[in-house]
Design a protein around this ligand. Structure first.
Ligand SMILES: [Ca+2]
Ligand SMILES: [Ca+2]
Length: 375
């Protein structure tokens, strides 16, 4: 009897101590997130357009997951990944990274430096909610925003009840608010959903979350040099993937902010919020979509604003740092405030930061089995 009692007590004590350690860990992470999210150039949300559904019909029927009685997904039940995000073959070459005509000097946009890139593969699209859901359902992965219990959203996209509960904002950009409950499944907080935009880019993913997803899919994040090379295509000293004109042929080629920032978004390009990852034309010869605009994209590099002009092959950025580089601008970028929807532009966040205008796409040195590569 005493033996059973002591076994029971020791098991109970172990569970209690484990719970305490998890709680302590979550608290320290949350504090880090809030204090470190100094980015004042981002964000998001959406007018709930569900477009081009065919690219997301991949996941529901044949992606079986195992759940226990409490609905937790079994970590060992990883199924083959039925991806729809094709990859483009990016033929290697030499290009001029950065620009000698920086718009934001403090961002380290310059100077130009000669860089050689080996051939690699890049996702055609930003990673969508549908794809990220496959990852979560297969692995039980919990994002950092979910652990923190909050993430950053631009105030224009929040409901009044959500706004009334906000207590934290970004000092340098007060329209950026810390929203309790905001995460990739609830992009504008507890009264929002992704169910009507599964083909839109996943939001509120930290750098660490993005790395986990790419690893699971047999890929990796692109380096900043790879990302910029893919963005510039064969064009040097051009602002955008297609050239210098923002709207060639009187056509919109990307989703950015139109109107008066941050007061009024006219949605001239068709979107006030994010768009489907398949919308807008291919932006250059590599057939990439939305590499400029829609959402910012994480790269693997640490952030630094000083660059050597020495020739480099396949640079991987500084050996260490506190922030990671993001590229491409977002649907919240306006020329008057965040003219960073240019290939040479760059910005940064801490690896645990997340926001409603920040996503990613993956790269790989060779495509994983079963992934279709476009040449
Ligand atoms: Ca827009
Ligand atoms: Ca993008």
């Amino acid at each position: 009897m005493y033996i059973y009692l002591s076994i029971y007590l020791s098991i109970y004590l172990s569970i209690y101590l484990f719970y305490l350690s998890i709680s302590t860990e979550k608290k320290s992470i949350k504090e880090t997130n809030i204090s470190s999210c100094s980015d004042n150039n981002n964000i998001h949300v959406d007018e709930n357009k569900y477009l081009d559904k065919k690219t997301n019909d991949n996941n529901d029927d044949d992606d079986v997951t195992i759940e226990d009685e409490e609905g937790n997904v079994g970590l060992n039940e990883i199924k083959p990944f039925p991806r729809t995000n094709q990859m483009s073959f990016i033929a290697g070459g030499t290009f001029m990274m950065g620009t000698n005509k920086p718009v934001f000097v403090a961002d380290g946009e310059g100077p130009e430096r000669k860089v050689e890139i080996s051939s690699f593969y890049m996702d055609v699209h930003e990673v969508s909610n549908a794809e990220f859901e496959l990852f979560v359902n297969s692995t039980g992965y919990v994002t950092e925003a979910e652990k923190f219990g909050n993430s950053f959203v631009m105030e224009n996209y929040l409901s009044k009840p959500t706004l009334d509960n906000v207590t934290d904002s970004v000092m340098a950009a007060p329209w950026w608010l810390s929203v309790n409950g905001a995460n990739w499944k609830l992009p504008e907080g507890n009264d929002s959903t992704i169910r009507d935009r599964m083909d839109h880019p996943v939001l509120h993913v930290s750098w660490n979350d993005a790395v986990a997803f790419c690893k699971w899919s047999g890929k990796r994040l692109p380096t900043e040099a790879e990302w910029e090379y893919a963005c510039k295509g064969s064009l040097n000293q051009r602002l955008f993937p297609w050239g210098n004109k923002e709207n060639p042929y009187n056509k919109h080629w990307m989703n950015i902010w139109h109107g008066e920032f941050p007061k009024h978004n006219t949605g001239d390009d068709g979107y006030v919020g994010t768009n489907s990852v398949t919308m807008f034309p291919e932006q250059n010869k590599f057939k990439l979509k939305n590499i400029i605009g829609n959402v910012w994209e994480w790269t693997s590099d640490w952030w630094d604003v000083r660059h050597s002009t020495d020739f480099q092959k396949d640079p991987k950025g500084p050996p260490d740092g506190s922030d990671r580089v993001k590229k491409g601008g977002s649907f919240l970028c306006h020329k008057s405030y965040c003219y960073r929807y240019r290939c040479a532009a760059r910005s940064q966040n801490t690896p645990d930061s997340s926001a409603s205008n920040l996503g990613f796409r993956c790269a790989s040195s060779k495509p994983p089995p079963g992934v279709e590569a476009i040449h």
